[in-house]
Structures are given as structure tokens and as C-alpha cells.
Design a protein around this ligand. Structure first.
Ligand code: SF4
Length: 460
């Protein structure tokens, strides 16, 4: 029992988090910055923070994640990091030649109070930013929010720095995908393309963190939105944000800066959420949904009705990022499963309301919690009080799954011990089929493993 000290006596906590269901803000800012073409993320803080953030992303995506750091030492910690950042900007443009340096702060530089707007203006004034190149920034103090907040802040910075309110008006739709996998971003683009709709999606980490093996290392991969495309997004017809926690701020920024009407939906994970996304694309662009998408939906429905008996009534505990959890809850509810424990470490004011809407009154006993004390320790205690049939969450759930002998589906960030997440989407109808396949796989594996010989079935 690796977690043998967890007991079932839940005590009210206000100042202690044990095994948080989140990670730190700059990880999200770094991930979002990688979705900008020819961009080098830059961590304004100590080398240790930058190494941790790079390794978290590298381990999840199985790709070498590049980022620079201001390399704070004792001097910068006392006197501020301006000199380090000015030197870094000059060195990075000279040695690594990106189009954009995307700077995010860390706990240390935030606590010191470094003014990035002033430092960047000074770098420009001193000629350290070559013609046609850019330095952008967002603030990511990690003692508030989570990696989702950091992602949202950097995505919004793309608009603040680049979106052009005077861009030529077009019929293009901006799509802000939220923190999803490169495979999900690729799938969202494919769905829009099959409807004949031109979209601009950012951040876009497809072809950045899911690269084919060619034998050649490319410092700046071919993927990612370009600065020119973000500028042009200021003239788009509309914006669709996916996942309020990760995308609403960017949708709002486009609305207030460029007067582009915006709508934020829940992430299109599962049948109903995908229906809403497809329908909004359809009505906004004034197109019809092609048979290929209708057929995909039909195949998902067929799979659900064929396999419903195996999932019906199963109790589920899930943890992770708020946008993912709300849509997963809705999908599990559609499958007649019972999401009973739902926790996210990302502080999200409307989380409980959103999850309750997704549950639609079907699981009145559900326990829902967001914020610092909504950790995996609490979820484990709830599981000890009354167990579940399935656990869904990132790799860190494997300890609970092992100790409590619970089938476990890995979903979310980070996944450190499996592959597939960056290659196979979970958004859209195809993504829902993959999720259902994974859920059925672990439930049936357990049945095969534990069934007495006389009830061991070849055909299930
Ligand atoms: S929590 Fe703060 S100090 Fe720790 S790695 Fe993140 S940014 Fe650095």
C-alpha cells in the first residue's frame, strides 16, 4: 500500500494541500507559447523552475521542449531580474533567432515585483529586439491559479500583443481550443475543414509536439499559429472558445479589442458537447453538416447502445482540469454511469454549478470540489468511505488505482507513463469513441481478471 497513511476520516482543512490535482501556472504558459510558430518560451525566474516546466511537458509529450530562462541567482533575487532579462533577450535573438520570445513570470520574479512591460519597453528602446521580431509576456504567479490559468494568460497575451482591430474583415472563425492535446487540435481543425469552414486556431501545438520522426531535429517545428495569422484574426467573423477556464479570457479579449462576437462552449468531449460545437460552427458559418460527420456521430451512438450494459450504473471518480471534468461528467452521465467524486485543484468559481448542469440531476449524491483543498488525498478519502468502479485522471491517479484495485483510465495532464494521448484525440465523435473504448477496456479487463472460472466468458 503506497498510500497506506490515507484514512477515511475527512477533516476540514484550510491551509494544507496533499497531492494537488493541478500543477503550476508557468507550465501552462509554456505550453501555450509552443503553439505560436517560431516562438521560444522564456521563463523569467530561476533555472530550477524552467527545468521543471520543460521536463513536465517533455515527459508528457515525449518531445524535447525548448525554453530559455533568466537564470536568477542570489543577485537577481535581491535586486530584481531586469539585467538578466535584457541580457537574455539580446542573447536569444542573436543565438536562437526566434520570431517571438514569449516571457512568463514565476513565483520569484512576481514576489520581487519585476515590471515586465517596463523591461520589454527598455529592451526595445535599447535596440535589443531586432526589426520584425517580438517580445510578449504574461504574468504567471504560481501561488494563485494553476497550469490552466497560465495557459489562459498566455493565450490572451497573443491577442493583447498581436490581434489587429483594423484587420481585413473575413468569414474566418477563430477557435480558441483550450488546453487540449495536439491530437485534439488536429481533430478540431479537421472537423471544421470537412464542413468547409476556414478557421484560425490558437494556440495550436499540432505539428509542434506530435512531430513525425524524420531523423532531423528542428528547433522551430513547422506547426503553430503565425503572428500574421493572429493579426488577421482581428478581422474574423466570430470566435468560438472551448472550455471556459482556459479560453474565455481570450474570447473576451478578442471581443473587447477587435469587436468580434464570441461564444465559449464547454470542451467538445462526448456526444452532446460535440453536437453543440458542430452546431455552433454550422450556424455561425451558415453551412450544412456533411454526411461524413453525421456518420461519425451515428457510429458513436451505435457503440454507446451496443456497449451500454457494461457501463450502466458504474460509479466513477474523476480529477483534473475543470474544463475536461465538466465535459467528461456530461458524457459519463449520458452513458448512465455515475460520476460520484469530482475534484479539481484549479480554483474555478462556477465549477460546482457547471458540473451540476452536466449531471442534470442524475447523481444527487455526487461530491464536487474545486480549489486548493480539492486534492487527490480528499478524493482518496471519499473512495475509502465508499469505493468506485472506475477512476479517470492523470498519471498520479495510479497510486490510488493500485492501492484500491480500481480500473483506471488516464486522461488529462500530465500522463507520464503511457503514450497515445498526443496522437489520438478525445474531442469530437471519434474522440468520444476512443474514450468509451478505453473505459470499456479497463472494465472488461477487470472482469476477465477476476471472474471465477465458471463465469469466464470468451465473448463479451
Ligand atoms: S510553483 Fe513557483 S517556484 Fe515552484 S516551479 Fe512553479 S513557478 Fe517555480
Amino acid at each position: 500500500m503506497l498510500l497506506r497513511h490515507t484514512n477515511d476520516e475527512v477533516l476540514e482543512r484550510t491551509a494544507l494541500t496533499v497531492n494537488p490535482a493541478k500543477t503550476c501556472q508557468p507550465v501552462g504558459a509554456m505550453y501555450a507559447a509552443l503553439g505560436l510558430h517560431n516562438c521560444l518560451p522564456h521563463s523569467h525566474g530561476s533555472q530550477g523552475c524552467c527545468s521543471y516546466h520543460r521536463s513536465a511537458l517533455t515527459r508528457h509529450y515525449k518531445e524535447p521542449v525548448m525554453a530559455a530562462t533568466s537564470s536568477f541567482t542570489e543577485g537577481a533575487s535581491v535586486f530584481g531580474g531586469q539585467a538578466n532579462l535584457l541580457q537574455a533577450i539580446q542573447t536569444i535573438f542573436t543565438v536562437y533567432n526566434p520570431d517571438v520570445i514569449a516571457v512568463h513570470t514565476t513565483c520569484l520574479s512576481e514576489t520581487i515585483g519585476d515590471d515586465l512591460v517596463q523591461i520589454i519597453a527598455k529592451a526595445v528602446g535599447e535596440g535589443k529586439v531586432p526589426e520584425g521580431k517580438h517580445v510578449i509576456h504574461c504574468n504567471t504567479p504560481s501561488y494563485v491559479g494553476s497550469h490552466v490559468t497560465g495557459f489562459s494568460n498566455m493565450a490572451k497575451a497573443f491577442v493583447t500583443y498581436f490581434a489587429d482591430p483594423n484587420a481585413e474583415k473575413t468569414k474566418t472563425i477563430n477557435v480558441i481550443p483550450g488546453w487540449v492535446e495536439p491530437s485534439d487540435m488536429r481533430e478540431l481543425k479537421a472537423l471544421a475543414q470537412s464542413m468547409g469552414i476556414e478557421i484560425l486556431m490558437y494556440p495550436d501545438t499540432s505539428d509542434v509536439l506530435d512531430l513525425p520522426q524524420t531523423g532531423k531535429h528542428e528547433f522551430y517545428p513547422k506547426g503553430g499559429i503565425t503572428v500574421e495569422q493572429i493579426r488577421a484574426s482581428g478581422g474574423s467573423l466570430a470566435t468560438i472558445g472551448l472550455g471556459p477556464s482556459a479560453s474565455a479570457a481570450t474570447v473576451d479579449a478578442l471581443q473587447s479589442k477587435c469587436a468580434i462576437p464570441g461564444t465559449t462552449l464547454e470542451l467538445p468531449i462526448g456526444l452532446q458537447a460535440t453536437d453543440r460545437f458542430i452546431d455552433l460552427l454550422r450556424t455561425t458559418a451558415g453551412v450544412t453538416v456533411p454526411d461524413s460527420i453525421t456518420d461519425e456521430r451515428g457510429r458513436l451512438l451505435d457503440m454507446i447502445s451496443d456497449m451500454h450494459q457494461y457501463v450502466h450504473g458504474k460509479r466513477v471518480a474523476l480529477f483534473g482540469d475543470p474544463d475536461q471534468l465538466v465535459s467528461l461528467t456530461e458524457f459519463l452521465t449520458l452513458l448512465d454511469m455515475k460520476p460520484v467524486y469530482i475534484v479539481t485543484g484549479t480554483p474555478t468559481p462556477a465549477f460546482e454549478t457547471r458540473v451540476k448542469a452536466a449531471l442534470a440531476g442524475t447523481v444527487p449524491e455526487a461530491k464536487i470540489k474545486a480549489g486548493a483543498q480539492a486534492d487527490m488525498y480528499l478524493m482518496h478519502q471519499w473512495i475509502k468511505q465508499e469505493t468506485v468502479d472506475l477512476l479517470i485522471g492523470n498519471t498520479y491517479g495510479k497510486y490510488i488505482a493500485r492501492d484500491e484495485n480500481i480500473p483506471f483510465v488516464r486522461h488529462g495532464f500530465p500522463i507520464l507513463d503511457r503514450v497515445g494521448h498526443s496522437y489520438f484525440p478525445t474531442v469530437g465523435y471519434k474522440g468520444a469513441m476512443r474514450l468509451l473504448e478505453k473505459i470499456l477496456g479497463v472494465l472488461m479487463d477487470r472482469q476477465d481478471r477476476e471472474a471465477p472460472e465458471e463465469s469466464f466468458e470468451l465473448t463479451m
